[in-house]
Design a protein around this ligand. Sequence first.
Ligand code: MF3
Ligand code: CO
Ligand code: CO
Length: 272
Amino acid sequence: MRMEGHFRGRITKDGIRIHEEADFAGMRAAGRVAATILDEVAPLVQPGVTTEALDDFVRARVAAHGAISATIGYKGYRHATCISVNHVVCHGIPGPKVLKAGDILNIDVTVIVDGWYGDSSRMYVAGEATRKAERLIEVTHEALMRGIAAVRPGNTFGDIGHAIQTHVEANRMSVVRDFCGHGLGRVFHAPPNVLHYGRPGTGPVLEEGMFFTIEPMVNLGRPETKVLADDWTAVTRDKSLSAQFEHSVGVTAEGAEIFTLSPAGRFHPTWG
Ligand code: MF3
Ligand code: CO
Ligand code: CO
């Protein structure tokens, strides 16, 4: 008979791993490194910088923190970040593109620390955002936080999606359907798919010890996306601006623990 090891957590009928109390420490450490790197890159986001320079910086900081990039080598991806500018919805590839004043961008970093995955992304602005870009960023951030507020044992994943969708649509913006959040832990992407829209009371029931991301993508225009010929970059079909924020969370007895809170208090571009 095999000895019980690190994986003695139960798996629910929906295929979702229930982690142990001690596993929260691993996620805290990984989440803190991801969040710290997103803090550290913030001052570099300025008009004139290239997205590959931001990626180079992040790659160096991942190593400096003694962590491993989860994205380098993942399905052939070669970068430490995804950087999604303006109408890019997600999975933007860092490159020679030079940021100009008024560009808004999401930087997404996933690190592995002692085998645990920390996955987070935020919005940044090169110079000053327009009013409508500012509103998009604000609504997207609030949608994420309302989704997290719906995390507690006994609620369902549909409750999370509903909280996000309701806030976004009340502001006449749209939730992207083509990408979702995901379970994570000692793996990058695990069940369930965390949808950012839905109906209350539907979907798997949340239990203490589940770890997953919530990462809503919100468009100023229509929700439809398409993937460019590079097979990664997802853009809005109508070219409207898109924003995204992502936290890695764990379900506790009382609600959610956010593993990727900003140590510097600068998760939102208008903070810090
Ligand atoms: N970090 C992204 C997520 O939130 C996944 C990026 S995969 C990559 O799930 F290969 F594109 F980097
Ligand atoms: Co993610
Ligand atoms: Co991510």
